[in-house]
Design a protein around this ligand. Structure first.
Ligand code: SF4
Length: 243
């Protein structure tokens, strides 16, 4: 059996099934959802589209398969600006865009492109506790630290927007994928890093760089859904696959 076993949450497993229909995708806990993905249903998106006939829909990967089926372009936080610019280039500069479900990512794209979108008002529960003043305070406490932001999940899109708006200093700020963050930490001469992402990322960073210090921008940036996927559950789903 060709198999993908998921440590990620529901929308990631659904996305893997859509991209790799010939493979079996196992999700270790079916209740592992995503508060951002749950802010919009396919019915709500259809109603939104009906209010804007002819508009193009750009949704981030944090959506259900049903919402993706109603979507013209699927993006990540990392490529959202390029996808929106592509739409205007290919479909015409006057094209209306419905963007969602993350309002922080929508604001970031608007700021970067200097243009308006119709933005869904969804957000992830995790980033609610990450405020610009908290970021600046922890950066002031660690003046030599590099600031690493992981832009792939809804939990840090607010930080991207704070940096883009100037509410948080851009100096020594690096927006990096998971692999990019690990590479950067390994190669950097810096000894301290402030990390803006779900706190689980601190474990591989610390394990690969025992002499360096990694400080979460907010210790409460914990995704309760990701934490539902445990090693025993993963093991159980591999031994007893229910498809
Ligand atoms: S951190 Fe937020 S956006 Fe990412 S999976 Fe969890 S609830 Fe969803």
């Amino acid at each position: 059996m060709e198999l993908i076993a998921f440590c990620g949450v529901h929308f990631m497993a659904e996305t893997a099934s859509v991209l790799c229909p010939e493979k079996t995708v196992l999700l270790a806990d079916l209740a592992a959802g995503c508060s951002l993905a749950e802010t919009i249903t396919a019915g709500e998106l259809r109603a939104w589209k009906a209010e804007h006939p002819g508009a193009i829909v750009v949704m981030s990967v944090n959506t259900s398969a049903e919402v993706k089926a109603e979507t013209d372009y699927c993006c990540t936080s990392s490529n959202a600006v390029q996808v929106v610019e592509h739409v205007w280039r290919e479909r015409g500069e006057d094209t209306e865009i419905l963007f969602g479900p993350d309002m922080w990512l929508g604001a970031y794209v608007e700021r970067k492109t200097g243009r308006s979108l119709h933005v869904w008002s969804g957000e992830c529960h995790v980033h609610a506790g990450i405020r610009p003043e908290d970021i600046e305070r922890i950066r002031a406490e660690h003046p030599g630290a590099e600031f690493l932001v992981h832009p792939e999940c809804g939990c840090t899109t607010s930080v991207m927007e704070f940096v883009a708006s100037g509410d948080v200093q851009a100096a020594h700020c690096h927006m990096l994928s998971t692999g990019g963050m690990l590479n950067y930490a390994r190669q950097s001469d810096a000894q301290e890093f402030i990390v803006a992402t779900e706190t689980g990322m601190l474990y591989p960073l610390q394990a690969q760089n025992p002499g360096k210090r990694f400080i979460p921008v907010n210790r409460m940036a914990i995704c309760k859904y990701m934490k539902m996927i445990t090693l025993p559950k993963l093991r159980h789903s591999l031994i007893n696959p229910r498809v």
